[in-house]
Write a protein that binds this ligand. Structure first.
Ligand SMILES: C[S@@+](CC[C@H](N)C(=O)[O-])C[C@H]1O[C@@H](n2cnc3c(N)ncnc32)[C@H](O)[C@@H]1O
Length: 376
């Protein structure tokens, strides 16, 4: 250890007793029972209703001002999530990289990519409202952009269902990407095997050999453990709630049908929609089918513990104030820290030999006009 990050007492104590998440054997954790997933109901535009529900939820979320954000009941958790994504981006991105950000949301990671000096960015999301906000953010037309200069890379923004559409023909002129990022979104693809496969096929098709696939998503092992510890089919705390329906009253999950295991998720001031368990062993095996090899997997708690040992990342943690500021009696709450435990970080690498990096960044910087956004 080269440097010890000073953590607030409460979190320090939690970290002290932290037991790393032990991956449960697939056969044990996801035991056999009938999968209640049935034929999807379609909304008027032909999109499955549950997919539309997720898109509408995110599309309707307003872009908060800095003041509103600071007043959020989960402000420390939001900052912690940003710290985790920043660390991942800094470790796995190199100057000049071409990046594809699948389910990019409102472009909340644009500044992180800018700090990593990437050469090109493509962001895609199903939620039209979020893509509109991402355009504004890229163009420097939001409260978040106050006082900052233009981004150092050209960008393209696309509104599409990334778990349904084949992205290869759409992006064939963009060349392959060095990094594919899917932050807090992979689980929305796990409602059917077809969608999960499309998601991973898209990731793999977009990446150059040796390219990195980085992301964050709920930790199914933790969710199942918490469900089994709960009296009923619900668990959570003041900031989050997870509710499974009666189909899962035996609290066993099929290894034979690991898709479509739905729960309702509420995260105060952030999320209110259906989500799907992603059994990690199944994720890993499916990713391998598309030439993506697991490099790293870590629950958020162990990730914080590990990367707070590095001075640069500990400094960033302090700068963001994610764990709070003990000097003014400010601290991440126990409930927020517990909510962080339901997530994990993953990194995969596309197999094959890395070709030489292109010397010049693609395209030139310009503002994105609303009519330049691609709708699929
Ligand atoms: C929790 S937000 C994360 C946004 C962003 N990646 C971040 O870390 O700030 C989840 C995002 O996934 C997007 N999403 C869900 N299903 C999607 C799909 N089928 N295709 C593209 N985006 C999707 C949502 O619209 C939303 O923006």
């Amino acid at each position: 250890m080269i440097w010890q990050c000073t953590l607030p007492g409460k979190v320090g104590a939690l970290l002290g007793t932290l037991v790393d998440v032990v991956e449960m054997k697939r056969g044990r954790e996801f035991e056999t029972s009938a999968n209640p997933a049935s034929k999807p109901r379609l909304s008027r535009d032909g999109t499955p209703e549950r997919v539309r529900q997720v898109a509408n939820h995110y599309s309707a979320r307003p872009n908060q001002t800095r003041e509103q954000r600071e007043a959020s009941p989960i402000i420390h958790l939001k900052k912690l999530n940003n710290w985790i994504k920043s660390v991942l981006i800094q470790i796995y991105t190199q100057r000049g990289d071409a990046v594809i950000d699948i389910a990019c949301g409102k472009g909340g990671d644009l500044i992180k990519w800018d700090k990593a000096s990437i050469g090109y960015y493509v962001g895609i999301d199903i939620a039209e409202g979020s893509i509109e906000d991402a355009v504004k953010r890229y163009n420097g037309d939001t409260d978040h952009a106050r006082g900052r200069r233009n981004f150092c890379f050209p960008a393209k923004l696309i509104c599409a269902d990334c778990f349904e559409v084949d992205l290869e023909p759409v992006l064939k002129d963009d060349g392959l990407f060095n990094v594919c990022s899917v932050q807090f979104a992979m689980h929305y693809s796990w409602d059917t095997e077809e969608r999960a496969r499309r998601a991973l096929r898209n990731v793999s098709a977009m990446l150059q050999p040796g390219g990195c696939f980085i992301g964050t998503m709920p930790d199914a092992d933790v969710l199942v453990r918490k469900l089994r510890d709960a009296d009923g089919l619900e668990f959570g705390n003041k900031v989050y709630r997870v509710r499974f329906d009666e189909n899962y009253s035996d609290k066993h999950f099929p290894s034979s049908t690991p898709y479509g295991i739905q729960y309702e998720f509420h995260l105060e001031d952030a999320v209110d929609c259906p989500e799907w368990l992603v059994p990690f062993q199944c994720f890993r095996a499916l990713a391998a089918e598309y030439g993506l090899e697991l490099v790293f997997k870590s629950n958020f708690h162990s990730f914080v513990k590990q990367y707070c040992q590095q001075k640069d990342f500990a400094d960033l943690m302090r700068k963001l104030g994610a764990l709070g500021d003990p000097a003014v009696g400010d601290s991440i709450t126990d409930d927020e820290w517990d909510a962080a435990y339901i997530y994990l970080v993953f990194v995969f690498r596309k197999s094959g030999n890395k070709p030489p990096r292109p010397k010049t960044p693609r395209g030139t910087y310009k503002i994105i006009a609303p009519e330049e956004v691609i709708f699929l």
